[in-house]
Design a protein around this ligand. Structure first.
Ligand code: ATP
Ligand code: MG
Length: 306
């Protein structure tokens, strides 16, 4: 993510507009995307509100990345409408999305592993001081600001001089979230931030997703994991084979229902049938078809980090 003025006030300008909590920041209406003959996404409706975490769930190939690529300006939709602040848009580059306050944190973060944490925090948007032509990096101010901003988000690192490559995957995600917040993101898109993380680190990332919401951002949280989604989510959209299978707010869906949507009960039943033809797999040991389609009981329901 880069800022045009290099002072970090870019964001402050965008955040000055007090968000109307009833007006979506981003909206897709009957939107779709085809890659040549492949219809990767169709008839998708989505509204992202400030101070809410909107979870987009779905299996491999369901269209999650395609959906966020449209919102983040990497691809253009080929059907329907895409609106930002109620105004139809069509971004040609991620820069245009960023200028409207839409920031994306990708799983394979673009960091320079050997550079210190504070340097990565300002990568591409360095603070400078002094008049041209003797303008130089304002290292002290960048270190101080990075430290303050990370602390504001509740992220405490021992030493901002340490190379970012020495941080855990979860910590790096957290630095990226704090960075997006600082540079004025109004909409924060996280593409499977917990996919490669263990339980503890996932918990930390979920905490900062909640912290970004508390700062007033509209968060789009892409995940395979209904448990992670339910911990922080306000709204849940499940994609299947390129279209929305479920679109429900937290009050209208339980963790059991969400898990069941994700587990794809009928597909698992079909798989069981196929496995029955393979020698060496004891299908008697597998759960019954009714068990696969019935709601799944889990002990962690209702836990939230709010
Ligand atoms: N650039 C592309 N060209 C052609 N087809 C594509 C392209 N990108 C995605 N697709 C197809 O669109 C469908 C949706 O892909 P997408 O990457 O959005 O899924 P996903 O939900 O992000 O999956 P995953 O969980 O594996 O990341 C897939 O069938 C995929 O093969
Ligand atoms: Mg994907």
């Amino acid at each position: 993510m880069t800022s045009t003025n290099g002072t970090g006030t870019h964001g402050a300008v965008l955040m000055d507009k007090v968000p109307d909590k009833d007006a979506p920041l981003v909206e897709l209406r009957n939107a779709g995307k085809s890659y040549g003959n492949i219809r990767a996404l169709y008839e998708v409706d989505l509204k992202v509100f400030p101070r809410q975490v909107t979870c987009v769930l779905g299996d491999n190939g369901a269209g999650k990345s395609t959906l966020i690529k449209i919102i983040s300006g990497l691809h253009q939709h080929t059907e329907g409408e895409f609106l930002v602040d109620g105004e139809p848009v069509r971004f040609s580059t991620p820069r245009e999305a960023l200028d409207r306050g839409i920031a994306t944190v990708y799983q394979d973060l673009a960091v320079v592993p050997l550079m210190p944490v504070w340097r990565n925090f300002f990568l591409g948007s360095e603070m400078t001081k002094g008049p041209w032509p003797i303008r130089r990096l304002d290292i002290e101010r960048m270190k101080k600001t990075a430290d303050e901003e990370l602390r504001n988000m509740g992220i405490v690192l021992d030493d901002l001089e340490q190379p970012i490559g020495t941080l855990s995957g979860g910590q790096r995600q957290c630095v990226a979230i704090a960075r997006a917040v600082y540079f004025g993101a109004r909409v924060l898109i996280l593409d499977e931030p917990t996919a490669a993380l263990g339980v503890k680190q996932s918990g930390v990332v979920l905490k900062y997703i909640a912290a970004a919401r508390e700062r007033g951002l509209g968060v789009i949280f892409i995940t395979h994991n209904p448990h992670h989604a339910y911990m922080v989510g306000d709204h849940f959209s499940v994609l299947r084979l390129g279209t929305m299978e479920l679109n429900a707010s937290r009050d209208d869906v339980s963790l059991e229902e969400l898990t069941n949507h994700m587990a794809g009960g009928t597909e698992l039943a079909a798989l069981k049938h196929e496995l029955a033809q393979v020698r060496g797999v004891d299908v008697e040991e597998l759960p019954e078809e009714e068990d696969l389609t019935a709601p799944v009981a889990t002990p962690s329901e209702g836990k939230t980090l709010k």
